[in-house]
Design a protein around this ligand. Structure first.
Ligand code: AMP
Ligand code: MG
Length: 410
């Protein structure tokens, strides 16, 4: 039997999803959210010509021959702190004390920093001097941030699909945008299954193991920007699985792990067939072959394989792109590189995702496997900083061969 190729499986899954609705949220809650509209500027920035130094605003023509021996001496006619408008226009032969960020008075064409004057005293409350000596000449525009130097009215600032970072929030604040159009968070119902699973914190009895996938998958869903509906751990009975799935009501996706192999207690696939619609089961991939996709009633359902590495890799390959599609930010985000194998490796002909440590040596990236690649060996995943992707049909690769790698920590 030929198994469905990974790419075909992904394509089939992605077809069932589209971007979610747009909502408006306050700027201070928007970090990590994804923009649902392009943002352009409705103003120039800086908004007004202002000083980039504490100093004196003046006219360049009035300090043309200023030097240490023969400073230009100008009357100080105004005092302009940040946040206040100048009280009047500057005329020929005059100077105004000005602080960083304060609006430049009309008539001035440069700011001379205090360090280049005889008034280098910036202690709070220092009274305005009557006159100031200027020891240096100045260029037109010196120490002035002109209106529109950084951003012009109408300029594109942030694209739809951008995941908002701290600097983006600052930018939006600079533009005065208080409510941000973002995609609503995908609601994902998360289910683990298996009679052997014990929540951490409870004592393990004979034959039991701790539930791992709930924690891994929850963390991955949270960092991907999802809201989680916790379905808990279902027992290996059709009743318990159905009972859990029935709580998934307004989910955009049900994500489960385990219970989809060929074991006598793997009911999940049968329940999807009976209560919904099975699109496919099993793919040409390692780890994670028993991947299941379909609908539980009207809700898209992805069943990941149960072994901890299978669930992790399955999430990266199939669930990550689905979430990105719901969030309108393009489906492929994994940072990747070509890397050279430090050792020969064997694969089994399925598309394989191997745990590896990639390091750089003389400008070239090299990869070595982090340990045995059993689907339950999460430690080799913990030690890895990359997944090597060995294409379907390939069974052995020589040392030095270049392969594609997903870089995990970048
Ligand atoms: P299954 O597909 O149910 O046969 O599970 C395959 C393997 O993954 C079994 O060894 C399970 O014990 C293990 N497994 C399934 N779910 C989890 C989980 N949530 N945490 C840790 N191991 C799991
Ligand atoms: Mg099981």
């Amino acid at each position: 039997m030929t198994l469905l190729a990974v790419n075909d499986a992904l394509e089939r899954i992605l077809k069932s999803f589209q971007s979610l609705e747009k909502i408006l949220i306050p700027l201070d809650e928007s970090v990590g959210r994804v923009l649902a509209e392009d943002i352009s500027s409705e103003t120039d920035l800086p908004l007004f010509d202002n000083s980039s130094m504490d100093g004196f605003a003046l006219r360049v023509a009035d300090v043309k021959s200023a030097c240490d021996a023969t400073p230009s001496i100008l009357p100080v006619v105004d005092d302009i702190p940040a946040g206040k408008m100048p009280s009047r226009e500057l005329r020929a032969g005059e100077a105004a004390r000005i602080m960083t960020g304060a609006p430049l008075p009309l008539g001035a064409d440069a700011v001379v920093p205090v360090e280049e004057t005889d008034f280098n005293n910036r202690a709070p409350g220092t009274p305005l001097p009557e006159k100031v000596k200027i020891y240096k000449t100045a260029q037109v525009g010196a120490n002035i941030r002109k209106r529109g130097d950084d951003i012009q009215h109408g300029q594109n600032i942030l694209p739809r699909g951008q995941r908002l970072r701290a600097q983006d929030l600052g930018m939006l604040a600079m533009l005065g945008i208080a409510n941000i159009p973002v995609y609503r968070k995908p609601r994902v119902a998360l289910l683990s299954s298996g009679d052997e699973l014990t929540p951490i914190g409870e004592e393990l009895t004979a034959g039991k193991i701790y539930d791992v996938n709930t924690y891994t998958l929850r963390a991955m869903l949270e960092s991907a920007g999802c809201e989680i509906i916790h379905l808990g751990v279902a027992e290996d009975t059709p009743e318990s699985v159905r009972d859990s799935l029935s709580k998934a009501k307004d989910a955009d996706l049900i994500l489960s792990s385990a219970g989809v192999s060929m074991g006598s207690f793997d009911f999940i696939k049968a329940i999807i067939e009976e209560d919904g619609n099975l699109n496919f089961w099993r793919i040409n991939m390692r780890p994670g072959k028993p991947l299941t996709f379909g609908y539980y009633h009207e809700i898209p359902f992805i069943g990941l394989a149960g072994n901890p590495v299978s669930a992790f890799v399955g999430f990266m390959v199939f669930v990550q792109p689905v979430i990105r599609k719901m969030l309108g930010c393009g489906t492929q985000a994994q940072s990747h590189a070509r890397v050279r194998l430090s050792n020969a490796i064997e694969s089994d002909g399925r598309e394989s995702y191997l745990r590896a440590l990639v390091h750089r040596e003389n400008g070239q990236l090299y990869a070595s496997l982090t340990g045995h690649q059993g689907a339950g060996n999460l430690f080799s995943m913990v030690q890895a900083n990359a997944l090597l992707i060995i294409p379907a049909g390939v069974k052995s690769l020589k040392k030095g061969t270049e392969v594609e790698a997903w870089l995990l920590d970048s």
